[in-house]
Design a binder for this molecule. Structure first.
Ligand SMILES: O=C[C@H](O)[C@H](O)COP(=O)(O)O
Ligand SMILES: C=C(OP(=O)(O)O)C(=O)O
Length: 374
């Protein structure tokens, strides 16, 4: 591959193609990256078991609650592993009522511009060393899986799944891309259950349409394991589901919105359950407000709404968020660099609350206690 942008011949004095492109850089092939960092037996065991559980939960065949919990974005490997180790202990402790998957979000969509995530810009310096980011992403996901902690992520760049699909137990399509043909087609070939967020404007039908679309076979342009551009044909992904994340009008986790969503799903012939993202517009981007959504949705589930199969929480070691300083060495430990998150102690309390409450759903008495206060 050439690293020059202006490779197209032109009869004009100036080239007429790639006029806004500054650089092409060769991309590592998925096969080479996987040869460097093969899926270990321990990681494979985590993915195989968790994927099967997640599939059953989203299809309402396993009454446990799916919890996708973790930082808004990962920007440091050691901090991510610190978090993963703590979460893995709770996953084991609560496994009979909760299926806990870590949010390992590496490729960030932005409303306009901003840091695009560890996969895209691992040095946080705007140099966008994608090859390094892919390698670090795969290595981190491997290590997290090896701790027995399943990994969930947002899939944004359509080539990325080919590098990490074997590491994932669950994936999401974000609010900004649920309506995108490219992403719907990509999901039709993804090996895990995939949740589609409602649109940023609050439109839930977009996510339902996405499930229907991604459930069918597609043919689109992608990349092979050898790194070759290819025409890819897929079978369709049968495990799509809606993630309610609120919209510009406000939150959408209340019973009336859940009912509206169920109506749309029924009309489309989709039987999968619903996941509620407690963050984003469901918390009005105020991290403490995630608690209100968490408690409300769990109460709906305990009251008998078994369509509510999962919750997402943006959580980090330390609550809040920080801006990215000129020198990333000045970043504070364990604090989000994208959306604000609840801290570790609140996370422990929320998981315990979910576990205790799910006792009632699983046929065991729920302890009489107050919800975690927002
Ligand atoms: O989840 C993170 C953010 O909400 C998303 O990446 C958009 O961020 P932005 O609105 O700050 O660009
Ligand atoms: C970007 C995210 O969410 P949304 O697509 O709902 O804005 C996210 O979950 O990190």
């Amino acid at each position: 591959m050439s690293d020059s942008a202006n490779t197209t011949a032109s009869t004009a004095a100036q080239p007429i193609a790639n006029t806004h492109v500054t650089r092409f850089e060769p991309l590592t092939s998925p096969r080479d990256l996987k040869a460097e960092q093969p899926l270990s037996a321990a990681a494979e065991a985590t993915v195989t078991a968790s994927r099967a559980s997640v599939e059953r939960i989203v299809n309402k065949q396993d009454p446990r609650l799916l919890l996708i919990v973790g930082p808004c974005s990962i920007h440091d490997e050691a901090q991510a592993l610190d978090y993963a180790g703590r979460l893995a202990a709770l996953r084991t402790q609560y496994a009979d009522r909760l299926e806990i998957v870590m949010r390992v979000y590496m490729d960030k969509p932005r409303t306009t511009v901003g840091w695009r995530g560890y996969l895209n810009d691992p040095h946080m310096d705007g140099k966008n060393d994608f090859n390094l980011g892919l390698s670090k992403t795969r290595r981190l996901m491997l290590k997290i899986n090896e701790l027995g902690m399943p990994v969930g992520t947002e899939l944004l760049d359509p080539f990325v799944p080919q590098y990490i699909d074997d590491q994932l137990s669950w994936a999401a399509i974000g609010a900004r891309t649920t309506e995108s043909q490219t992403h719907r087609a990509m999901v039709s070939g993804i090996s895990t259950p995939v949740g589609f967020k409602n649109g940023t404007g609050g439109n839930i039908k977009l996510a339902v349409d996405a499930i229907v679309s991604a459930g069918k076979p597609h043919t689109f342009l992608g990349i092979t394991d050898e790194g070759q551009a290819a025409v890819v044909s897929t079978k369709g992904n049968p495990d799509g589901h809606v993630i309610l994340r609120g919209g510009r009008f406000g939150p959408n986790y209340a019973a009336e919105h859940v009912q509206e969503t169920l109506g749309l799903l029924t009309d489309a012939g989709v039987t999968a359950g619903i996941v509620v993202d407690c963050s984003h517009h469901n918390s009005s981007y105020q991290f403490e407000k995630q608690l209100g959504a968490w408690n409300d949705v769990i109460a709906q589930r305990v009251a008998g709404n078994d369509a509510l199969v999962g919750l997402m929480l943006e959580s980090n070691l330390i609550e809040g968020k920080q801006s990215i300083p000129a020198d990333p060495a000045d970043l504070k430990y364990g604090v989000s660099v994208t959306d604000a998150c609840v801290g570790w102690q609140t996370t422990e309390e929320l998981l315990k609350w979910a576990y205790d409450q799910m006792g009632a759903v699983m046929g065991q008495a729920a302890p009489d206690q107050e919800a975690v206060k927002s």
